[in-house]
Design a protein around this ligand. Structure first.
Ligand SMILES: NC(=O)c1ccc[n+]([C@@H]2O[C@H](COP(=O)([O-])OP(=O)(O)OC[C@H]3O[C@@H](n4cnc5c(N)ncnc54)[C@H](OP(=O)(O)O)[C@@H]3O)[C@@H](O)[C@H]2O)c1
Length: 224
């Protein structure tokens, strides 16, 4: 299926491995240029070479940067160029309950997940708006992907932490997965397939909505 994505420039906040890497590969396969931002410069640099080698028509630029730094958003906008698609993927919410995530740890995740997301969307939309006007009157669409469990290192680290504190043994983390309606986390590939489709011309009518992919957990009220 031609998604009409060829030649689009995508800004993705991530470094491999993880969901952002799957999304980067999905967009690369569709002929998109990529600008990728995360702290792990070595991972980014390796992919700057690998993705164009597999997809010679695309250009990949990378920017090692902590998105919680005050200068970060301006630095990204200066380096990213004209962006057609923004994928706000970076996140590092601390695991644990109210006692575990005290006031000292709370900001480390929320600064990025909430304010980093808002600030980057505000800056990107302003640039997109310069090509037109006000979203959605000028063709700026926003679609969220509400993911449940996805089989990344991040997910298994969280699961092991829960297993250790609730079951006394991190090796029992698989018992949580057994409680999911489909008894599996989503794969990165599945999330990437779903995640890049809303950015395509074949999804031109979708905006202001959130797609939930969570193994059926929220519909069955069987949250972890
Ligand atoms: N896996 C799941 O089950 C699941 C479920 C629901 C939602 N999510 C969300 O999906 C996103 C990706 O998850 P994942 O499982 O792929 O986890 P991950 O591998 O830990 O991905 C998080 C990404 O955020 C980047 N990042 C973290 N802090 C940053 C900072 N201060 N500045 C710039 N980049 C930063 C990390 O790169 P660096 O460390 O190199 O900076 C990494 O590439 C996260 O937002 C996560 O909360 C995941």
């Amino acid at each position: 299926m031609d998604l009409g994505l060829t030649g689009r420039r995508v800004l993705i906040t991530d470094a491999p491995p993880g969901i952002g890497e799957g999304l980067a590969r999905a967009f690369a396969e569709k002929g998109c240029d990529l600008h990728r931002v995360a702290r792990a410069g070595d991972h980014l640099a390796a992919l700057r070479e690998a993705l164009p080698a597999a997809h010679p028509a695309i250009a990949v630029t990378v920017q090692p940067l902590d998105l919680t730094e005050t200068v970060a958003i301006n630095a990204v906008m200066a380096a990213a160029g004209d962006v057609h698609i923004l994928v706000n993927n970076a996140g590092a919410i601390a695991n644990g309950n109210l006692a575990d995530v005290d006031e000292a740890r709370r900001p480390e995740g929320w600064e990025l997940k909430i304010f980093g997301d808002i600030n980057l969307r505000r800056a990107t939309e302003a640039r997109m708006k310069a090509h037109g006007g006000r979203s959605p009157d000028d063709g700026i669409r926003a679609v969220g992907v509400n993911r449940g469990p996805v089989d990344t290192d991040h997910f298994y680290a969280m699961l092991k932490q829960h297993a250790k504190s609730w079951l006394g043994d991190e090796a029992r983390c698989g018992e949580f997965v057994e409680r999911y309606p489909l008894k599996r986390p989503a794969t990165v590939h599945e999330i990437a397939d779903l995640g890049h489709f809303p950015a395509s011309d074949r999804s031109a009518d979708a905006t202001g909505t959130i797609v939930t992919v969570d193994d059926g957990i929220s519909s069955r009220h069987s949250i972890l």
